[in-house]
Design a protein around this ligand. Sequence first.
Ligand code: GRF
Length: 204
Amino acid sequence: MRIGVLVSGRGSNLESILKSIQKGAIKGAQVSVVISNRAEARALRIAREYGAKAVTVSQGSASSEEFGSALSVALRKHGVSPREGLVLLAGFMKVLPRSFVELYRGRIMNIHPSLLPAFPGLNAQRQALEHGVKVSGCTVHFVVPEVDAGPIIIQKAVAVKEGDDEGSLSSRILRQEHRIYPEAVRLFVQGRLRIVGRGVLVKR
Ligand code: GRF
């Protein structure tokens, strides 16, 4: 299966997936292209270090629809097809247009640093601290046009400790992100995920 990863920044989740593939934990899949909307993203360097093709597609003055089309052209050029490919959002800071989400329907995943549906959108860890929750975590979900609202594939809870700040909580959550995202990809590649209504069934 050909995977395309959309990124904007640091690329640590991208690296966790590239590592899992490299060590044979996800069989039958390859990262065919990493696409960043920012040319200076560290994620592009990580992609190249692992020998993956890395390109920039920035939105510039294009509309969201046009940007979505440019992304799908770049994905298809690298063999990530809407019928057989997989698109992973890994710290991708743009909202995809409905047309793109519908084209790759059921084949786009995202990772979010909270237990959705709590704290969608930006700065999820800060939102959790400000709310005073005792438990937060991370979620891998399928992407639907509404932000952070799609069927949930895997979640992992992380305790909020007294004295946590955004940095300490974020880094504890990130360690779990690096475990559950490759795991969700593995399940998808093995054909073990089925979306049923709002939920996702995992075949044992
Ligand atoms: C992660 O916290 C992820 O959950 C969120 O954006 C961050 C990306 O980090 N969507 P990285 O670029 O994968 O290091």
